[in-house]
Unconditional design. Structure first.
Length: 531
């Protein structure tokens, strides 16, 4: 009897002790990126959980990802308020915001701001940024009151597009500066997620010219989530170097895989400068991956006929070539070559034909029924249809004159480096209802029938597209993947489109394709002269 009592008593003690051991509860608050941290197998929450299990077996962690697609700082204020009274389910459907925020958090981490930039809900004015920070401050206070976290961190915003000097990322730089100031003012920790992703992108481009840290120039891919997980881990563990080895190994493996795919030779375009009469100068930097004891490679760059390159040859694992020429082919091909002992490497570089583009025109003629094209007709549209020069000193309303600039498609933007692609995020932050134009000239040796190919690779957003060829209106509808019969005349042809965008991403593709086996090999591309 006494023996039985002791067994029961011991069991109660063990159960009580087990129940008294609580996990370290980490709650992430964010948008679709935070949702993907759980919903994608490579998501940063899953990566953190695997790291804790592998490298901190004595610890117990509960990771909660409250991420909602499309959510901004302001909209999360609404979610927090609504979840006080009723259940709210975001991207991870098994989690109820009401329940999760009602439980204490050991560590709370907020990563918001991407949709404020992407939609956009915030522009670059000081007044807009000040309002955004105050909304962020209000959200912090509400979450702190609600969940009472022992530690509270806010994260920098990861890149939107992969051009770190592009308009949206310049705005993100301003917002991240405000986030750092907000963290200091509120006594919060700052997790450098953006800095980590940027570092991985830089490292990746040195081993593969089209290395990406996103799937769609917004949402991180596996490399991007690994970079975020590293930043989160550094913040959570306060910089301890003995944790995160598995993350580093995975990232090193990804970079090695990318390097092998590129043959150990990478490159990037550092600068593009218009000269005169359709001539451009490009600076191309190359990167040769080599062992420490290998011989410095001898490098050369072969350019199209009529182009100039300096230097003609150079040596070293990293260097630059300056080239000058007329990018009149739809795809202008160069060859980068290197030799180190018996090791020969080669990379093809394709420079697309440019567009001449302009944006900044606000056309708020949208309703539930779509876009009112008639109300959105501008003086430029009339000049296009009259067959006259429209890229000069033309007023488009209330004193507004468009600023035209050349644009080369790029692996950094939606649509990639396909020569028919124009992502207006390359030239503007893109306000709601902003519209823009793109034009290029196409010289044909003869009259021919062609197909006009139209499409888009946006994952979110609406855009109405108007396309003219030689002043003839050929397409006037919402952007969709389609083909339209068209005709090129002998000599110069002018292809131009107006893209009227409502919100979110703003990319379209417009190009000509041959029919009946016509390769269009004789076509030459150029830009109209600015007046």
């Amino acid at each position: 009897m006494r023996q039985a009592f002791h067994k029961v008593f011991l069991g109660v003690l063990l159960l009580t002790a087990w129940q008294g051991v609580s996990a370290t509860r980490i709650v992430f608050v964010g948008d679709s990126i935070t949702g993907l941290s759980r919903n994608a197998s490579y998501g940063f929450a899953n990566q953190l959980e695997a790291t804790f299990k592998a490298e901190k077996p004595g610890g117990d962690y509960e990771i909660i990802s409250l991420g909602g697609s499309g959510q901004s700082v302001s909209s999360w204020l609404g979610i927090e308020k609504r979840s006080r009274a009723q259940p709210v389910h975001l991207d991870v459907k098994t989690l109820d915001v009401k329940e999760e925020l009602s439980r204490p958090a050991d560590i709370m981490v907020v990563m918001l701001g991407m949709n404020d930039v992407l939609a956009p809900y915030v522009n670059g004015s000081d007044a807009a940024l000040d309002r955004w920070v105050e909304h962020y401050r209000s959200l912090i206070h509400a979450l702190r009151e609600r969940a009472g976290p022992g530690r509270f961190a806010i994260c920098s915003i990861t890149p939107c597009t992969e051009d770190l000097s592009g308009p949206k990322n310049l705005l993100i730089d301003q917002m991240n500066s405000r986030i750092r100031d907000l963290a200091e003012a509120e006594g919060l920790e700052y997790f450098a997620t953006a800095e980590s992703v940027r570092d991985v992108l830089s490292r990746g481009r040195k081993v593969k010219p089209d290395f990406h840290v996103t799937t769609d120039f917004v949402h991180p891919n596996r490399a991007g989530h690994l970079a975020i997980a590293q930043a989160m881990l550094r913040g959570i563990e306060k910089g301890e170097d003995n944790v995160g080895q598995s993350l580093r190994q995975q990232l090193d493996a990804l970079l090695e895989e990318a390097s092998q795919a590129a043959g150990g030779l990478s490159w990037e375009i550092e600068s593009i400068k218009p000269e005169s009469d359709g001539v451009f100068s490009f600076t191309i930097r190359y990167y040769w991956k080599s062992a420490e004891d290998s011989v410095a490679p001898q490098m050369s760059l072969t350019v199209p006929e009529g182009w100039r390159v300096t230097p003609e040859a150079t040596a070293g694992v990293e260097g630059t070539f300056n080239i000058t020429g007329r990018p009149e082919q739809l795809e202008n091909r160069l060859v980068l070559s290197g030799k180190s002992g018996e090791d020969n490497r080669r990379a093809e570089i394709t420079l697309p034909a440019p567009w001449l583009v302009a944006a900044g025109l606000i056309l708020p003629h949208w309703s539930r029924d779509g876009f009112d094209h008639e109300a959105a007709i501008t003086p430029i549209d009339w000049i296009i249809e009259a067959g006259e020069n429209f890229v000069g000193d033309v007023e488009v309303g209330k004193g507004l004159k468009l600023t035209w600039q050349p644009l080369f498609s790029s692996v950094d933007y939606t649509g990639g480096d396909h020569p028919d692609s124009v992502d207006f995020a390359a030239i503007t932050h893109a306000a709601t209802f902003e519209a823009g134009y793109a034009v290029r000239q196409i010289r044909s040796e003869r009259q021919r029938e062609v197909m006009l190919e139209i499409g888009s690779r946006r994952f979110a957003g609406e855009c109405h597209l108007t396309v003219w060829l030689n002043g003839e209106l050929l397409y006037n509808d919402r952007t969709a993947k389609t083909e339209v019969p068209a005709r090129l005349v002998e000599g110069q042809n002018t292809l131009v489109f107006k893209a009227s965008h409502r919100t979110w991403q703003w990319q379209v593709s417009v190009g000509v394709r041959g029919v009946d086996g016509d390769s269009l090999a004789d076509l030459r591309y150029s830009l109209p002269e600015l007046e």
